[in-house]
Structure formats: C-alpha cells, structure tokens
Design a protein around this ligand. Structure first.
Ligand SMILES: NC(=O)c1ccc[n+]([C@@H]2O[C@H](COP(=O)([O-])OP(=O)(O)OC[C@H]3O[C@@H](n4cnc5c(N)ncnc54)[C@H](O)[C@@H]3O)[C@@H](O)[C@H]2O)c1
Length: 393
C-alpha cells in the first residue's frame, strides 16, 4: 500500500489531537494510503523528542522549515497558533506537498487569501480541520437538510459558549492579536460559520450588525510553554500586558436562501463549558445540535400530525445510517471529541488517494470563505454598520 509520510508542526492541544488521529486512523479504518508518523516539530522547551516517543513519531525536530521542506514528507499538518499557519503552509505548498491546517485558516484575511491563492496556483490538495463536521450527528443534519426535511430555512441560531477565560488565565497567545488575529471570534465563531454553511449548504451574504467586547483588558504575562490543553499548566509572571482580542463577538447575518441568523462566541459564558450549538428552523421542520451531547441530533418534524408533533432525540450511533460509527464500536456505543479528528484523518487519506471523502472536507478555498464572513463581522463591529459579503474580498 502507498505510504503517506506526515509531518506535524505543533505539539500543543491540537498537536496531541492530530497525533492521536494519525496513530489511530489505520487501526480503525481501511485506509487507501497508510499514514506514517514521520516527524513532529515542537519548540525546544517542549521537548519534541519526548513528545515523539510518547505519540509514536519517528523523528522530532525544532526546525519547522527543514521539516516542511524535507523531500521525505508528503503531507504537512499544521497545528500552530493562527499567525503561524501561513508561512509553513506557503512553503509546504511551494514544495509540492499536500497541506492540512488547523482552523481558522489564518490570523488575518490577508494571510487566508494568500493561502487560498497558493493552493489554487500550486494545485496541491489542502484540508482544514473543521473537525465538528465529522460528528455523525452533524453529518446527519446536513443530509436531512439536503433531503428537504426542513423545507426553506428561515432561522439559523448558532452559539459557541465557553467559560475558561477568567482573570486567572495568563496572557497566552489566544489573547494577543498578533498571534491569534481575534479571540473567541476566530476560535469559536469560525466553527459556527463553517458548521452552518456546511449544514445549510447556503452562503452568508450579509452581516447586518455585530458587537465585539473585551471584558478583561489586562492579564498577567505568561511564562514557560503550553502544556497541551487550553489553560492547563499555564504559568503567570507578576507583570501584566494588554489583551488585544475580543472575549466575545455576536453578529446578525443573512443566508443566501433568505434565512436570518444570529451567531455568538464567548469565553466567559459562565456555566457553558463547551456549548457548541446550532438550531435551524425551516418551513417543514427544525434541527438542533449541541456538542456537549455530540452523539445526539434533535429533529422536529412539522409535517407530522399535530397530535404527535414534538422534538425527537436521535442517537446517531447506528451504522450505516450514521457515518463513521461503523468503524468504531458496536451500535449504540457513543464516540467522543477525538474521534472527529480520526474521522477527518481518514477522509484526508481518501482524498489523497483520489477517493471521495465520507463527508466533504473544507479546503483552503472553502475556509477562506468562512474567513471572509469573520472579517465582515469584525468590520461591522468596528464600523457599526451592515457589511455585504461582496465588499469583503
Ligand atoms: N479544531 C479544534 O477543535 C481546535 C481546538 C483548539 C485549537 N485549534 C486550533 O489549533 C491551532 C493550535 O492551537 P492549540 O490549542 O494546539 O495551541 P497550543 O498553544 O496548545 O500549541 C501550539 C503549538 O505551536 C507551537 N508554537 C507556538 N508558537 C510558535 C512559534 N512562534 N514558532 C513555532 N511554533 C510555535 C507551540 O510550541 C505548540 O507546540 C490554532 O490555530 C487553534 O485555533 C483547533
């Protein structure tokens, strides 16, 4: 079988999720190309050799440029902070390598545009880890919409609420514009915009208004390196620095099918730990999803007799009706967060072997469209006006 030499750039939270995915995929899926965990890049202080030994990477490096340009590498997988997506991606694509990149595609729209352009001109295959598409319940939602179960979609309600970012959390890269581009917006609204575009099959045509707010404007400086979680193990110094990205962004939007939408991303929504939710209301029915109950999809069929209309909770663990689950455990045994990454690794292997993915994967072009929506919302928040997507190039 053809081998696929993978290089992973970054060994933090996503570095661990991707390492697990590349290590598991060939065990649970009948992969058409066999991913080899060739090299991992990490910063010196993170001890990439120890990371490599723990997760099964053959080589470890502290020099990302030699890694992404190595003639031995077929796929460069990027799991670094947002500002550090573009440079390695451009080098990898110029060297003719396929490239998979964490979301959001980049820290800025300019970077994202350059990445989409390079993908077009080099013709290499690109992928973005909008992993929530690969929850079986989300894939089912998309299928039900395509089958017309909802009729015309009139309302899209999307919220991604977390509560980890209180005053005790130091000034990690996630709070700094030059590293992250934006805060909760690029982190969480990026997922919502991708999810709702994916499930509805429609595009956002206008952002009608937006609010961006920073509640905690200064934080203690961070010392040391990340420890593989969002906040776990972060160390603080006594000195403080400015927070330069949003804690929350809310915006209103219009979809191409005529529906209206609201989006909300927050890091201090106390009591909401990882509430990645959307609800769609159509002329024939409604759907709702909540990642905290990721194996379930709720459906309301408004065409059923009125006497029995009500929300149905579908447990999406039945193969083959629900994608991917047949490769995991027997029916009715739920899967978790990490499975969405393994499912995506499988689809990347399929696309690289010339096959259709089980569920469409966003490429750089697709993720650039999501980034345009994020940019439109930020312009709307800053300039306090509606922004048509056609003005955001
Ligand atoms: N798909 C998801 O669900 C999801 C979840 C979390 C994060 N992400 C995305 O993944 C990416 C990485 O996030 P994370 O949580 O893994 O971050 P992290 O801070 O845990 O890890 C970042 C890694 O990049 C390396 N790095 C940082 N600065 C660097 C520099 N200047 N030069 C070289 N390497 C550097 C770090 O050493 C570390 O190995 C971000 O784009 C983020 O938005 C996606």
């Amino acid at each position: 079988m053809q081998r696929l030499n993978v290089a992973l750039v970054g060994q933090g939270f996503m570095g661990r999720a991707h390492s697990n995915a590349w290590g598991q995929v060939g065990k649970f899926f009948d992969v058409p190309v066999r991913p080899m965990m060739h090299t991992v890049f990490g910063q010196e202080a993170e001890n990439p050799r120890a990371f490599a030994d723990n997760w099964g990477w053959r080589n470890a490096s502290t020099d990302w440029q030699s890694v992404v340009n190595s003639p031995e590498i077929d796929l460069v997988d990027l799991a670094t902070p947002n500002f550090m997506h573009m440079r390695p991606a451009l080098e990898a694509m110029a060297a003719g390598k396929a490239c998979s990149c964490e979301k959001p595609l980049a820290g800025t729209l300019d970077d994202a545009r350059a990445m989409a352009k390079a993908a077009r001109s080099t013709g290499v295959k690109t992928f973005v880890w909008f992993n929530y598409r690969r929850c079986p319940a989300v894939a089912l939602a998309r299928r039900l919409v395509r089958e017309g179960k909802l009729g015309q979609i009139r309302h899209v309600r999307a919220r991604y609420l977390q509560d980890w970012a209180d005053e005790s959390v130091p000034l990690a890269w996630r709070f700094q514009k030059e590293w992250a581009g934006s805060g909760a917006h690029g982190d969480l609204n990026a997922h919502l915009v991708d999810l709702t575009r994916f499930v509805t099959g429609e595009e956002i045509t206008e952002v009608a208004g937006a609010i961006a707010e920073i509640f905690i404007k200064r934080r203690k400086l961070m010392t040391g390196v990340v420890a593989g979680g969002i906040t776990a193990g972060l160390q603080s110094a006594e000195e403080e620095g400015d927070v330069t990205v949003d804690d929350t962004v809310l915006f209103l939007a219009r979809f191409s099918g005529g529906g209206v939408a609201n989006f909300e991303a927050a890091r201090q929504a106390t009591g909401n730990q990882n509430a990645n939710r959307f609800e769609l209301n159509g002329t024939k029915g409604s759907l709702r999803f909540n990642f905290e109950r990721m194996n379930e999809l709720e459906l309301y069929d408004a065409t059923a007799p009125r006497a029995v209309q009500g929300w149905t909770t579908i447990m999406c663990t039945h193969a083959p009706d629900h994608p991917y689950v047949g490769n995991w455990w027997p029916d009715a045994h739920p899967i978790g967060y990490e499975h969405t990454f393994v499912n995506e690794a499988y689809d990347i292997c399929r696309v690289l072997a010339g096959e259709e993915p089980v569920v469409p994967i966003p490429d750089f072009e697709d993720a650039y469209q999501t980034q345009r929506v994020l940019e439109a919302a930020m312009i709307s928040a800053t300039e306090k006006r509606p922004v048509k997507l056609e003005e955001v190039k």
